[in-house]
Structures are given as C-alpha cells and as structure tokens.
Design a protein around this ligand. Structure first.
Ligand SMILES: Cc1cc2nc3c(=O)[nH]c(=O)nc-3n(C[C@H](O)[C@H](O)[C@H](O)COP(=O)(O)O)c2cc1C
Length: 200
C-alpha cells in the first residue's frame, strides 16, 4: 500500500533551518509530504536561511527528491486536500510553530489552511507534532500548549541537547529533526544516544 502523506507546515517562528533539514529528511526517506508555508513562514525562511521563494526551497531540499515526494498547498486555500477529514494522512508536523499558530489551533479558529489542517488532524485523532520556539513563555503560551497536549497533540520544543558536545549548528539542528522524524515514524540516520556517547 502506498505511504500516506504527512502534512508539514512551516510557520513564522524562528527556526527555518529545522524546517529545511526536516524536508530533506522526509524527501530522503521517500515520505510523501504535503507542504504548507504561512506568509511569515516564508519571511523567516528568507531571513534565517536566505530562501526567498518556493523554488529556492526546492533547490535547497534537492530538486529530484522534492519533485518525487513534495506537494505544495497554498495556506490561503482552506478547501485544499489537507482541510478535509475524509482525506487520509499520516498526520501533521508544524515546524517551526509560532505562538500565534499554537494559539489559533488551541482555539480551533481554522482561519488558514495550516490552522484548518491541524484542527482536522486533531479531530480525526491523528498525530499532530508542533515544534514551538519562543522564550520565555507567557502564561498564555503555556496554557495553549497544554490545551494542544490535552487534545492529543505532541509539543516537541526546538530544544537541542548539548551532551553529545555539538561543534556545529547542523548538529543542533539534527538533534531536533531526529526527534521529530522519530515521532512520525520516518526512518533516518541522524545521530542517536549510544552507551558510549551519552543520552539522546
Ligand atoms: C524575524 C522574526 C522572528 C520571529 N520569531 C518568532 C518566534 O521565535 N516565535 C514566535 O512565536 N513568533 C515569532 N515571530 C512572530 C510571528 O512570525 C508572527 O506572530 C506571525 O504572525 C506568525 O504567523 P504564522 O504562525 O501564521 O506564521 C517572529 C517574527 C519575525 C518577523
């Protein structure tokens, strides 16, 4: 049976390198991926990774694996496939996930395709992984993340560990991306804890 698509949303929190690496990991694992990028998701891709368009993102991920495995949807189109509960998916990852999008999902507003797709994943009892990035958290942020957790979502903060003694930014990025891929059951070769190296 063909692999179900995973919905991946990129929103306007800091952490664009996580999103790029995650897309590379999904495409490399031949995971069909339905991609939605919010307006501020694009803004952060440009600011943090110098990616100013969807074509530039495709180039960065790798054109052949992108063309084979990635399908792009417009965040303004709330009638697109990810907006429907009868369309089966493997679940959804929002990486990075802004506190604005966390709040919108917690409130069930569904005012964009990202928000609607997340609402659908929760109501269909599929897997929703959100990767927030903010510091410090307000009472409102924490309450919204608790609401998502209680609704069945997984809050997986972009909080890399340091016990593997990373020397490069890429190692910090891979730490977080490996945890995300594990949670959506996508195989990867990113480093894990081993007895000789330390916890992971
Ligand atoms: C340079 C920049 C960095 C930002 N970093 C964060 C962040 O780390 N976390 C966050 O929740 N919002 C951050 N924001 C604010 C969001 O982008 C903003 O609230 C936006 O409306 C989120 O919309 P979206 O979730 O639809 O992408 C940042 C904005 C800019 C311009």
């Amino acid at each position: 049976m063909a692999e179900l698509p995973l919905v991946l949303a990129i929103t306007g929190a800091s952490g664009a390198p996580y999103a790029v690496r995650l897309l590379q990991g999904l495409a490399g694992a031949r995971q069909p991926t339905w991609l939605i990028v919010s307006d501020h998701g694009f803004r952060l891709l440009d600011t943090e990774s110098g990616i100013a368009s969807i074509d530039a993102l495709r180039e960065r991920v790798g054109t052949s694996s992108w063309d084979a495995h990635v399908r792009v949807f417009d965040d303004k189109d709330r009638g697109a496939l990810p907006a429907s509960g009868s369309v089966r998916t493997k679940g959804m990852v929002i990486c990075p996930c802004s506190m604005g999008t966390v709040a919108a999902i917690a409130a069930g507003t569904s005012r964009s395709l990202v928000e609607r797709a997340a609402d659908v994943v929760l109501k269909e009892r599929r897997k929703l992984v959100v990767v927030p990035r903010e510091t410090p958290y307000s009472d409102i942020h924490l309450e919204n993340m608790l609401r998502l957790t209680r609704a069945g979502g997984i809050v997986l903060p972009a909080s890399p560990g340091f016990y593997h003694r990373p020397q490069r930014i890429e190692e910090l990025v891979d730490f977080v991306v490996g945890r995300i891929l594990d949670h959506v059951d996508v195989p990867h070769q990113l480093p894990r804890w081993s007895d000789s190296a330390g916890p992971s």
